[in-house]
Design a binder for this molecule. Structure first.
Ligand code: ATP
Ligand code: MG
Length: 365
């Protein structure tokens, strides 16, 4: 039949601090890519989920936020957090964590890559040595509010914090990780576990990995205890391709990974509802960085790369969206090789200068 030219509706939420500085660069590059590859993008800007909104309304978002966002195809998110006027737990629970839960974004995806031209904090590692993806379970597991204190305030004080895993929740993240491994060249999946110490839930998690894996005989699976896995992230990052982990372990790994690649200003992330029943959210790993806000020196690459991931997800990894994703990543590679570079990368360029350089390369491509 005739191809339908869909226009994607993107909710743009810049948030706080450097979120407001890197977002325009993300949009600049997305516009360049959309123009070049004939993709329709309709940006809808929201001025909530930020400290200024909280200061006026006493809440991070309007009550009908879910209805306002339910119809969009994706959420492009800067950063929240402005501790001078909003306690961090309020800004986080009042916005980002609501999106993750209410929109069932059960996959947190974080690519970890060492780029040429970026100084690696690990000794002796070359760009090809670090190129993997962390898949974190984003909705259940160790992060519950089940439990509490008994004999509180006495010498007999006891605290209990339950973890809750479901077969449904584990199997869907494991399946996603196997599929992702299959789509990549190395066909290799590392499963983070701790079945030697956590005697009930982790052996069960290993069993789920084995059973889901029966449908993926082409994937090599390597189960590793979280302690040695962390050590190997630092010592032998070349061992990894796709790494899947429960909520807590994934949280740790997905910060440790980017830390091994130079600057947090490069690291992108996706919070996915893979079935697209709800919008997915794309954001840099870094926060609002109040210490550098206002200077115009924040690195925009994490925001820009997150935008590329958004296009790839919207286009199901194919067609014009895939081509646009690849062009953006290539433009990032080139810019990091030859500059201009922001101060976190050892240069003296501004956020806008680096954003413009990447957008120009995408347009020229
Ligand atoms: P969170 O939002 O998770 O609470 P945080 O506020 O502790 O994070 P960030 O806001 O990510 O941390 O900042 C951590 C450090 O990294 C700060 O010194 C900040 O200036 C620096 N940083 C963060 N993002 C960038 C960026 N895009 N470019 C340059 N430096 C950055
Ligand atoms: Mg913060």
């Amino acid at each position: 039949g005739t191809p339908v030219n869909k226009t994607y509706r993107i909710a743009v939420i810049a948030g706080d601090g450097i979120g407001k500085e890197v977002m325009p660069e993300g949009l600049r590059v997305l516009r360049a890519a959309a123009g070049k590859f004939g993709i329709g993008l309709d940006f809808q800007h929201y001025d909530w989920a930020c400290a200024e909104y909280y200061e006026r309304h006493g809440a991070m978002m309007p009550e009908d936020w879910k209805a306002q966002l339910a119809g969009v195809d994706a959420i492009y998110f800067g950063a929240v957090g402005w501790p001078r006027t909003v306690p961090d737990h309020v800004s986080l629970w009042g916005s980002l964590l609501q999106f993750r839960r209410q929109f069932d974004q059960y996959i947190n995806l974080r690519p970890v890559r060492l780029f040429e031209g970026v100084r690696c904090p690990l000794a002796g590692k070359a760009p090809g040595d670090i190129d993997f993806v962390v898949v974190r379970e984003n909705t259940e597991g160790e992060y519950t509010n089940l439990g509490g204190r008994i004999y509180a305030g006495t010498e007999r004080e006891i605290v209990i914090q339950e973890s809750v895993f479901s077969r449904f929740g584990a199997d869907r993240v494991l399946k996603f990780a196997y599929e992702l491994s299959r789509a990549r060249a190395r066909k290799q999946l590392t499963v983070a576990t701790k079945s030697n110490g956590i005697a009930l839930s982790m052996p069960w998690w290993d069993e789920r990995a084995d059973e889901v894996g029966q449908s993926y005989p082409d994937i090599r699976v390597d189960k590793q205890h979280i302690d040695i896995l962390c050590a190997r992230f630092v010592l032998q990052p070349e061992r990894f391709d796709v790494v899947v982990a429960t909520n807590l372990f994934g949280d740790i790994l997905s910060d440790l990974g980017p830390a091994c690649t130079g600057t947090i200003g490069l690291a992108p992330s996706a919070n996915l509802n893979p079935e697209k029943r709800f919008p997915s959210l794309f954001e840099p790993v870094h926060g609002s960085a109040p210490d550098i806000y206002g200077k115009g020196i924040a690195n925009p690459v994490a925001m820009i790369w997150s935008g590329a991931m958004m296009l790839d997800f919207l286009g199901d990894g194919a067609g014009a969206c895939r081509a646009a994703h690849d062009a953006i990543v290539q433009a990032i590679e080139e810019a990091l090789r030859s500059g201009p570079l922001t101060p976190d990368l050892g240069g003296s360029a501004t956020t806008v200068e680096l954003g413009q350089a990447i957008a120009e390369r995408v347009a020229a491509g």
